[in-house]
Unconditional design. Sequence first.
Length: 167
Amino acid sequence: MNTILNGKAWKYGDNVDTDVIIPARYLSTSAPEELAPHCMEDIDEAFAKGVRKGDVLAAGSNFGCGSSREHAPIAIAGAGISCVVAASYARIFFRNAINVGLPIFECPEAAEAIEKGDLVEVNLDTGAITDKTKNKTWTARPFPPFLRELIGAGGLVPWVRKQLREE
């Protein structure tokens, strides 16, 4: 997995819940390619059509609150988002994101300062988040090596499969 991520920022506020990330009417599947076209559609119709592989999602506090479905981080990653930078996360979303291999960073200062359309670079190894448009850098706590490996493998299930093949 590339440890330096670069992309355009998409910006959302506080308390973006899982029903907004992926509306319940689309939960008959967990296929990323089927969820992605509907990601964020109830709050941002332009998102699914405008997001590009590698883009970064910035959000306020309590991102991913609501139900415990893994569909939300699957839809975000399926849409092309390389990582999420938020002021804080709902606990279940945080764990689900790791489980599906979506890198997420908690950094209130970066989340507040980053604006839609800014070019953002995130270093997965160091936790450095740089808004290239504003030439500002913040540091979030990076994941420990084990979790970086798990995320790099694409999530918990692919990581376990790899471990079983190696045994």
